[in-house]
Design a protein. Structure first.
Length: 108
């Protein structure tokens, strides 16, 4: 189980407004924040709201790519993953042994 900070909801004329996930054809509520860029990146921080399903997709896909190249992703690569996701070009990534170990450690 992965723990995330709750999304700050926007107040709109006294009513709470929930944002929709920006991924093409996704109608779920954007309940989690994804850091495209962190403070240490040029142009960072950049944070966007995603539904929990798509947040797990992009997080896994980026971690797989970083492990494959054995180096952190560049800002350009991180933005590319984000745009692939929201344009519907990203498929659900596989869940590797390392993904399972990481999620098990997060639930402790």
């Amino acid at each position: 189980m992965v723990l995330h900070r709750p999304v700050e909801l926007a107040a709109f004329d006294g009513q709470t407004r929930l944002n929709k996930c920006p991924v093409k054809d996704c109608g779920r509520v954007a309940a989690q924040r994804h850091h495209i860029l962190y403070d240490y990146h040029v142009g960072g921080p950049a944070v966007r709201e995603l539904c929990s399903e798509h947040h797990s997709w992009i997080t896994r896909e980026q971690s797989h790519a970083a492990r494959k190249q054995r180096h952190d992703l560049s800002a350009k690569q991180r933005w590319r993953f984000f745009y692939m996701l929201i344009n519907g070009e990203m498929k659900r990534p596989r869940i590797t042994r390392l993904d399972r170990e990481w999620s098990e450690n997060q639930s402790v």
